[in-house]
Design a protein. Sequence first.
Length: 134
Amino acid sequence: MVSRITCYVDGLSGFREAIAAAYPKADIQRCIIHQIRSSTRYVSWKDIKALMADLKKVYQAVTEEEALQNLISFKEIWGKQYPSCVKSWEDNWDILSNVNNVSASSARFGVKMELGFSGRASRDTSARTDRDNR
C-alpha cells in the first residue's frame, strides 16, 4: 500500500483538479523549470539576468519561511515592472513551496542542471548523432 504520493505537474490547466479528484491526499508539486519558463516568458532580455538572480533566492531557499521572505523581497523589486511574473509565483505558491520538502541540495542541483545561459530553462542539445551533423 502506498502511504504518500507526490504528483509533479507542468502547469497545464486542469491537472491540479484532476489529481485532487482522483487522489485527494496526494501532494502536488509544480515543476520549478516549467514555473521559471512560464513566469519569465515576457521578461526583457535586458532584465533577465538581474531578475533571475533575485528569483533564485526564492526557489533555492532552504526553508519555506526563507523562500517566502525572498518572494516578498522579489515582489518589492520586480512587482511593478513585471507584475505577471510575480503573480505567477504567488498564485502557484501552494504547489511551489513543496519543493522545500525535498532536500535543499537535490532541489538546487536539479534546477542548476536545467538552466541555460540566459537563466531560462533550456533543453540539452549537446547529444547529437552523426546523422544530425550532416
